[in-house]
Design a protein around this ligand. Structure first.
Ligand SMILES: [Zn+2]
Length: 172
């Protein structure tokens, strides 16, 4: 079975800050490693995402054109459609206690979508994600269960972060 990872995140840049090194590391090893961004508020962010993903060596990103994320929207089915189509073994998404409201909304949508994707009543060929891993973006995990050594791809992650010039400019 092909090994595959998919990061499903709220905004372009969350994939790079959250698990860009892990994605790059596995892409290098021949895994399929992709990104689904649930929102994209500006063309500039889309361009930055494309550049960052290229630096990380990932598959072409999937981008929903939502401007904001709301709980209970019809996005669950759209997300599960992507999961069933791409059949990732590992899905990454946000923490339920992330300080950013849209990250928390994304977490809930993705948890629902992962379950929905596995339903035989919903899909002729459903897909069971093996592991759902939650990643740090702004809020740190006090006691992480999984740590990945990204030393080998650290410079590529740093370069991918620099491609998000609009976001890097907001922080010191
Ligand atoms: Zn975000």
């Amino acid at each position: 079975m092909e090994k595959s990872l998919l990061a499903i995140i709220a905004h372009p840049d969350d994939e790079t800050f959250g698990c860009g090194g892990t994605l790059a590391l596995h892409a290098e090893k021949g895994y399929s490693a992709g990104v689904l961004s649930l929102t994209c508020s500006e063309d500039e962010r889309r361009r930055e995402l494309n550049e960052a993903v290229e630096v990380l060596g990932l598959d072409e990103p999937i981008v929903f054109d939502e401007r904001t994320l709301s709980p209970g929207s019809g996005l669950i089915r759209r997300i599960s459609d992507v999961i069933v189509e791409h059949r990732p073994e590992i899905v990454f998404t946000h923490l339920p206690m992330d300080y950013h409201r849209e990250h928390r909304v994304a977490h809930n949508l993705v948890v629902e979508a992962v379950e929905w994707a596995a339903h035989t009543t919903a899909y002729e060929e459903p897909w069971q994600v093996r592991r759902l891993l939650l990643v740090e973006v702004n809020t740190l995990i006090p006691l992480p269960h999984v740590l990945v050594d990204i030393s080998d791809v650290y410079e590529r992650k740093a370069e991918a972060i620099r491609r998000y010039a609009t976001q890097v400019a907001k922080f010191d």
